[in-house]
Design a protein around this ligand. Structure first.
Ligand code: F6P
Length: 305
C-alpha cells in the first residue's frame, strides 16, 4: 500500500505564463484543506540543489495572487537537473544533478511534487518520475504546444494581448497606408498567430505548420491596396518559415532544445518592401505576451488545475 500523502512540494519551471500564481494558490488551498503541508521550491529545482531556497506555502503566502502575472516561486529555463550548468574556469559545462534532486526531495520528507511547466519542464518532471519521484504535472505555456492536453493555461491571455496589439496597429497602419508585420511567440507552433490573427482580422497569417510563399503574401497585400484598403497587417509566428527555406533564430541562440527563434518579422518586412515598394514596418510583441494579469479564462482553468 502507498503511504498517505502529508507533505508536498510545488515547482514552476521554464518560461513564465500568466496563471502560474493562480495554480499555486489553488493547489496550496486544496492541499491544506486535505491536511497536507505545502512547500515551494524556488526557481525550478534550484531550491533543492542548495542554489536557492524552499519556502513554506500557507494561506497567507498565497493570499491575493490569483490576478498577478509571473510566479511567486521564480522560474528559469536553464534549470534542467539532468544537464545543470556548472561554471568552471574556462566556461560552462553541464552536470547530471538529478540524483541530488531526488535525495534532497526525500531528505525534506516530501511525498509528491506538483511540477508546473511547459514541454521542457514536464519532460524533466517525467524523467524524475521515472527515477521514482511521485509527480503531478500541470500544463503551462503561452504557446499551447503540449501534447496530452487540449489547452494550456497562459495561452488565452497571450492571445488577448496579441489581439489588443493588432487592434491598436490598425489605426496607425491605416493612417500611414503602411504594411505592418507583427511577430508573435509560439516556438514551432502557430497557435497564438492563428488565434490572434483571426480575432484581430489580420490580412495574412503565417504559421510554422504551413511554410509560406512570399509571392502569394505580396499578391494578397497588393490586392488590398488595389481594392482601396490602403494598409495591410501580417501576423507571423516566430517559427514561421518560407517554403524550401529555414526559420529565423535569435542571434545569440544556442543549438539544442532551447534554441530561440527571432527575426522573422524584420526579414519579412524587408522582403515585402522590396517586392511591393510599400512602406513596411515590423514589430515583435515578444515577452509582452507572457506578462500581465491572467485573463478570466486563464484564471478559471488555472484554478481548476
Ligand atoms: O515557450 C514560451 C516562450 O515564450 C516561447 O514562445 C518563446 O519562443 C520562448 O519562450 C522565449 O524564451 P526566453 O524566455 O528564453 O526568451
Amino acid at each position: 500500500m502507498n503511504e498517505p500523502i502529508r507533505r508536498i512540494a510545488i515547482t514552476t519551471g521554464g518560461g513564465d505564463a500568466p496563471g502560474l500564481n493562480a495554480v499555486i494558490r489553488a493547489a496550496v488551498l486544496s492541499a491544506i484543506q486535505l491536511g497536507w503541508e505545502v512547500f515551494g521550491i524556488r526557481k525550478g529545482y534550484a531550491g533543492l540543489l542548495g542554489e536557492d531556497t524552499i519556502i513554506p506555502l500557507d494561506p497567507q503566502a498565497v493570499r491575493g495572487i490569483t490576478h498577478l502575472g509571473g510566479t511567486i516561486l521564480g522560474t528559469t529555463n536553464r534549470g534542467d537537473p539532468f544537464s545543470w550548468p556548472v561554471h568552471v574556469s574556462d566556461g560552462i559545462i553541464t552536470a547530471d544533478r538529478s540524483d541530488e534532486v531526488i535525495r534532497a526531495f526525500r531528505r525534506l520528507g516530501f511525498d509528491a511534487l506538483i511540477a508546473i511547466g511547459g514541454d521542457g519542464s514536464l519532460q524533466i518532471a517525467n524523467e524524475l518520475f521515472k527515477k521514482g519521484l511521485p509527480v503531478v504535472g500541470v500544463p503551462k505555456t503561452i504557446d499551447n504546444d503540449l501534447a496530452a492536453t487540449q489547452v494550456t493555461f497562459g495561452f488565452n491571455t497571450a492571445v488577448e494581448t496579441a489581439t489588443d496589439a493588432l487592434d491598436k496597429l490598425h489605426s496607425t497602419a491605416e493612417s500611414h497606408e503602411r504594411v505592418f508585420v507583427v511577430e508573435v511567440m509560439g516556438r514551432h507552433t502557430g497557435w497564438i498567430a492563428l488565434h490572434a490573427g483571426v480575432s484581430g482580422t489580420a490580412d495574412v497569417i503565417l504559421l510554422p505548420e504551413i511554410p509560406y510563399d512570399l509571392k502569394k503574401v505580396c499578391e494578397k497585400i497588393e490586392m488590398r491596396y488595389l481594392t482601396g484598403r490602403n494598409f495591410a497587417i501580417v501576423v507571423v509566428a516566430e517559427g514561421a518559415l518560407p517554403a524550401g527555406g529555414s526559420a529565423s533564430y535569435a542571434e545569440d541562440a544556442v543549438a539544442g532544445r532551447d534554441k530561440r527563434y527571432g527575426g522573422i518579422a524584420d526579414r519579412l518586412a524587408h522582403e515585402i518592401h522590396r517586392q511591393t515598394g510599400r512602406e513596411t514596418r515590423s514589430l515583435v510583441l515578444g515577452h509582452l505576451q507572457r506578462g500581465g494579469s491572467p485573463s478570466a479564462w486563464d484564471r478559471l482553468i488555472a484554478l481548476r488545475f
